[in-house]
Design a protein around this ligand. Structure first.
Ligand code: BGC
Length: 740
């Protein structure tokens, strides 16, 4: 439809109809089995007209269902305007990929682009138009449960991943066949709630917000994402959904976003609970004025917008602008011509969980596994696994759910468990399996579950006995431990980031067996790993690996695939170090260098550094990285210099190393972090092979928000490293010289 027609359409719509376009109704209004991912908000509206006018819905999928609901909607809506069907497709639709944090570990944006593309295909065939992904929130406090949905702690890596995912979902145009619109969330700063406590307020200076938290959303916007979700939290004392400065000045004017803004679930009305608005009526006005177009599953717009316009409290042009943005999006998706878009029962059957999709999921698992420890005995590493009797022990071995709490369309029955995969790789006679313990401690409380088992102690005693017996008969033990999937995700902040006690107990008991122990950690967040590293001879972080978890893990355990992933987030010694990130500030009294005395910045009971740093991860081969050579010892502001290293594979198997470029501006008008990631490259080398690898440095990597608020670089000395983790060795230096 041409723009002029949209204008005609809007002119012909009643205020109630217009408001309807800005109302997203829970799927349960249309379909009793719809998925509900938030609190149901009651309202005083007439249900039938609410439904007839609704512009969008959430939680309904399946081609047949979507088609029939859309058909009825077209009949009921006075101007036959189709609805938008939206869904949380966070890391896959039915084929579930490794959770976003694991995808961050791959340091492979192209892989994430491909996964998003497949997720889009499956979701589109099932009738979905918009997916609520990527989550570009930066996270430095892993007590926050949604760390699992992020790609980690780094500004640059997050930006690369957010951009790749948007491109994967949307391709060149979200309206193209089997593409969906991407909604970047949660604007802004939602990943930094105080003390990691879910839905709590965010305290960040404007400088920190701009320099660390906004860039990843900006990358998503630059990549063309069609929608932005406003966050639940306050920033600077103002809820994001009522924050004009954030939504208009920053998002629209500075970042140039011209798509649709949707509130998070009920976030408009929640401004009353925040104590920002007296009532929902005021909240509706504040949100629309701030630039929120759609009220997701709240009652504020539905109940009050029409009246606010009628009484002149809201200018009708403001309402029209918001409605126009929604109609434009529908038009871009081609819904006026084909309201069902790609919803197709035959296609759904054909492509969902196809061999190709599963293969990509398996590859993503392989590429996301971080090898944290791999002891060497008699010149031979523990991993890859050798021949002999293997005992797979732990609550994640059999029948475990390896999706995350946000894999809303995933089905445990589709998953390849560790046990199933092991039986495909080895002779049955060489394998033993035991649960070893329950997944959770008794009386574990979560936002959405409460674990209580009357026979807890006796059950765990007998599970432990079976595990000890299995261990006796095996040469090597593979322990499959971790968090329950409901322990991370929304509303799953934890004050303690430990493994359940029953699992630690199992590890301690099995350590007495004297057998070789390989531990796999399934988790949606960094956990305290000191004890696990102590008792295990090899450790791998496998995250929440999704549908093809078992296969991908076996590929790595057996050496069919050599691990190359790196930690996208620091693993602290304990939660007392949180928030933590590698790009710290030096302080006036740094603990390293000349100031190693008593009065330096640090703790007395734990190091400043995490247990395992950002960017860390081992391989089954050894790489040697030479000193960096620079093409010049100085750089002109508009020029470039090149930094080069020679990397060689010194082991006897092929492998891939992730070379990371870090920079530091030594003295600047605003203090700079001790190092910041500015680029990375994955380099694959055959045994014995070597390569020269270069990074080009330009002013973009040297720029920051200066003391006067402007963005740019400053003259002076810079330190540069190219290494395989953020625990860098000696830097080289160069000087930036401005002309004139
Ligand atoms: C979450 C969003 C999600 C939305 C819809 C909210 O509670 O914060 O991330 O997209 O629900 O399910």
């Amino acid at each position: 439809m041409i723009e002029a027609k949209l204008k005609e359409l809007i002119e012909d719509m009643s205020v109630e109809e217009k408001v309807g376009q800005l109302v997203m109704l829970e799927g349960s209004y249309f379909e009793k089995d719809a998925l509900v991912t938030g609190n149901i908000n009651e309202n005083n509206c007439d249900t039938e007209s609410l439904k007839a006018f609704a512009g969008s819905t959430i939680g309904i999928s399946g081609a047949e269902t979507v088609r029939s609901i859309q058909k009825k909607q077209m009949e009921d809506q006075p101007h036959h305007i189709p609805m938008l069907f939206m869904l949380d497709v966070i890391h896959g639709y039915r084929t579930v990929f490794t959770c976003p944090l694991g995808q961050g570990a791959s340091f492979d944006p192209e892989m994430s682009r491909k996964c998003a593309e497949i997720a889009a295909r499956e979701a589109a065939a099932s009738g979905i138009h918009i997916v609520f992904s990527p989550m570009a929130d930066l996270v430095r406090d892993s007590r926050w449960g949604r760390v699992m949905e992020s790609t980690g702690e780094d500004v640059y890596l997050n930006g690369r991943m957010a951009s790749a995912m948007v491109k994967g979902y949307q391709g060149d145009n979200a309206g193209d066949p089997l593409r969906v619109g991407a909604c970047v969330k949660h604007f802004a700063g939602y990943g930094a709630p105080v003390a990691g406590r879910e839905y709590y307020n965010v305290e960040l200076s404007e400088h920190t917000l701009r320099e660390y938290y906004l860039p990843a959303y900006q990358k998503a916007v630059e990549s063309g994402c069609e929608m932005v979700m406003s966050a639940f939290n306050t920033w600077n004392g103002i809820p994001c959904s009522g924050n004009r400065w954030l939504m208009k000045d920053v998002l629209r004017d500075e970042m140039g976003f011209d798509g649709v803004v949707i509130s998070d679930w009920g976030a408009v009305a929640e401004m009353t609970m925040h104590g920002f608005c007296r009532d929902n009526r005021e909240a509706a006005g504040a949100a629309l004025k701030a630039g929120v177009d759609i009220d997701m599953c709240g009652n504020a717009y539905a109940e009050h917008l029409a009246e606010l316009v009628a009484k002149g409290d809201i200018d009708s042009s403001l309402l029209d602008e918001a409605v126009m943005r929604v109609l434009r999006l529908k038009n871009k998706l081609g819904l006026f011509e084909n309201p069902y878009k790609d919803a197709d029962i035959r296609l759904e059957r054909e492509i969902i969980l196809s061999k190709e999709h599963r293969e990509l999921a398996r590859e993503m698992v392989r590429k996301s596994i971080v090898l944290l420890k791999n002891d060497k005995y008699d010149d031979e590493n523990v991993l890859p696994l050798k021949k002999g009797k293997l005992a797979f022990i732990g609550p994640y071995v059999d029948n475990a759910d390896m999706d995350s709490s946000w894999a809303v369309n995933g089905d445990v029955l589709d998953q390849i468990s560790i046990k199933k995969a092991a039986l495909e790789f080895w002779d049955k006679g060489d394998l033993l399996f035991a649960d070893g313990c329950t997944m959770l401690d008794n009386h574990t409380v979560g936002a959405r579950y409460y674990y209580e088992d009357e026979a807890f102690c006796s059950k765990n005693d007998s599970l432990l006995k079976q595990a000890v017996e299995a261990a006796k008969c095996a040469d090597t033990l593979v322990l499959c431990l971790g968090e329950h999937r409901a322990q991370s995700g929304e509303a799953s902040s934890r004050a303690r980031i430990k493994l359940p006690k029953v699992q630690l107990n199992l590890l301690r008991e099995l350590a007495r067996s004297g057998k070789t122990i390989i531990t796999l950690i399934f988790s949606g967040r960094p956990l305290e790993l000191e004890e696990i590293l102590k008792y295990s001879h090899a450790v791998m972080m496998v995250w929440l690996p999704g549908t093809e978890g078992g296969h991908g893990i076996m590929d790595v355990l057996t050496g069919k695939h050599n691990p190359s992933a790196k930690l996208p987030i620091s693993i602290p010694y304990n939660e007392g170090q949180l928030p933590i990130s590698y790009d710290q500030y030096s302080t006036g009294r740094p603990r390293t260098g000349i100031h190693t005395g008593e009065y330096t910045s640090g703790y007395i009971d734990v190091p400043n550094e995490p247990l395992l740093p950002f960017g860390y991860g081992l391989s089954y081969t050894d790489f040697n990285i030479s000193k960096v050579s620079l093409s010049s010892d100085h750089m002109l502001e508009d020029g470039t210099i090149t930094a080069t290293v020679r990397i060689s594979n010194q082991g006897d198997v092929e492998g891939t190393e992730t070379l990371q470029l870090y920079l530091q501006d030594v003295a600047a008008s605003r203090v700079r972090p001790i190092l910041q990631l500015k680029g990375f490259k994955k380099i694959s080398l055959k045994a014995g092979e070597e390569k020269l690898v270069s990074f080009c440095i330009s002013k973009e990597q040297l720029s920051f928000i200066r003391a006067d608020g402007s963005y740019g670089c400053e003259e002076g000395i810079f330190r540069l490293w190219i290494d395989n983790s953020s625990k860098v060795k000696e830097p080289v230096t160069f000087e930036l010289i401005k002309k004139g």
